[in-house]
Design a protein around this ligand. Structure first.
Ligand SMILES: Cc1cc2nc3c(=O)[nH]c(=O)nc-3n(C[C@H](O)[C@H](O)[C@H](O)COP(=O)(O)OP(=O)(O)OC[C@H]3O[C@@H](n4cnc5c(N)ncnc54)[C@H](O)[C@@H]3O)c2cc1C
Length: 364
């Protein structure tokens, strides 16, 4: 046995690091196992969208809590983590989600007309359909968030791949290529690796693996503000588009929400579809975003781990003293997910609405 601590965490993406932060704040000792580099799994890239809007009203409440916590982290660390530029959503699904947002007046979400849309996002081609502005939305500075949290974790980060885990003497045993360690509890936030580790604990997580492309385009002129964009309207020929600014507003990272399905082992049958997704992003930019230079400046390939009940679905599975989190679109909620995982360890149980049966984040 080469290591022991109160809680082992597998995965130093945004969720595992947030869980480590929450557990450390409560006085627990932690060991964070990471097989690659922190933040280079699903959390990779320059930015993510923070938005309050969701089909499931429970996730709107969660986002309100998360936004508050992102601000607390900004105050504590003296850095900007979520831009103050707001978020725009175009199309019928955006308008359908508005009543859930209006249940939380502090969000201040509202319909905007074509003129206001042009002033909020001048790089967008003329559009006069339904659009909603979320003033508390914005682009998350992913790298700053990862760096800050990794700094808090410090030398508790262990540069090892976890091969397997098992219940052991009232706690949990963790095996890596060169260590066998015991811990009082286990938190698994291993992204694409979570379902495989869960099988060692006889837990079946029904996650669907997909591959995703996100392409970045430079701004022709630096704008004063650059809200995030979600476009489900189809008005510009492609629906299911989302985009978030780089922290310095020099570029917009843009992708299509459809992912290309992959086998459990990561094999992708339809690589052409992955290439087509990048081409479709180019086509959308040429039609909808004349304020962007048309030649891509960067590309991010990423795994998507989606639960069957919705693209924003998230849940925590329990086996003894082990807690395993899976879902998609988790970056924005990470501060609250970290606190919730710490709550699980303290209470010895998963609270509502995070149990799999609660189907948190179900599609409307
Ligand atoms: C292109 C793209 C765009 C997205 N856009 C948004 C968005 O706009 N807003 C939003 O909120 N979310 C968005 N998401 C989703 C969000 O990025 C992810 O849900 C989130 O980053 C997941 O974080 P995580 O910590 O759970 O997983 P990860 O970041 O994948 O971290 C898991 C870590 O575990 C490590 N690991 C795995 N197996 C093992 C093992 N056996 N031993 C040791 N380490 C292991 C991996 O190396 C990895 O670093 C997007 C995702 C993608 C792919």
């Amino acid at each position: 046995m080469t290591n022991t601590s109160d809680v082992a965490i597998i995965g130093a993406g945004i969720v595992g690091l947030s869980a480590a932060h929450a557990l450390l704040a409560r006085g627990a000792s932690v060991t964070v196992y990471e097989s690659g580099r922190p933040g280079l799994g699903q959390s990779a890239g320059q930015s993510r969208i923070f938005r309050h809007a969701h089909d499931d009203p429970r996730l709107v409440g969660l986002a309100v809590r998360a936004r508050r916590q992102w601000r607390e982290w900004e105050d504590a660390w003296g850095v900007r983590l979520v831009s103050e530029d707001g978020g725009l959503a175009l199309g019928p699904s955006a308008v359908r989600r508005l009543p859930h947002l209006e249940d939380h007046p502090e969000i201040g979400a509202r319909l905007v007309d074509g003129d206001e849309l042009r002033s909020l996002l001048p790089i967008l081609a003329p559009y006069d359909g339904g659009a909603v502005f979320d003033p508390g939305g914005g682009s998350i500075a992913t790298r700053t968030a990862i760096e800050q949290l990794a700094g808090v974790v410090g030398d508790r980060l262990v540069d090892e791949q976890v091969i397997t885990v098992r219940d052991h003497a009232g706690g949990v045993e963790v095996r890596t290529p060169t260590t066998v360690s015991t811990h009082g509890a286990l938190v698994v936030c291993a992204g694409r690796g979570t379902a495989a580790l869960a099988r060692a604990l006889s837990v079946a997580i029904p996650v669907e693996l997909g591959a995703h492309v996100r392409v970045s385009y430079a701004l022709r002129e630096a704008p004063e503000r650059l809200p995030t964009l979600q476009d489900s309207s189809g008005f510009f020929g492609t629906a299911g588009v989302y985009a978030a600014a780089y922290p310095d507003r020099s570029a917009f990272g843009l992708g299509l929400s459809d992912s290309v399905s992959a086998h459990d082992d990561g094999a992708i049958d339809d690589v052409d579809a992955l290439a087509a997704s990048a081409t479709n992003a180019d086509a959308y930019v040429s039609r909808a975003l004349p304020g962007l230079a048309q030649d891509p400046i960067g590309i991010v390939h990423c795994w998507v781990t989606q639960l069957p009940w919705g693209e924003d679905g998230v849940a925590i599975w329990q086996s003894g003293n082990s807690y395993l989190l899976a879902g998609h679109n988790l970056f924005k909620h990470a501060p609250v997910l970290g606190e919730t995982l710490a709550d699980c360890v303290a209470a010895g149980a998963v609270p509502e609405p995070f149990r799999p049966a609660d189907r948190l984040g179900r599609d409307g």
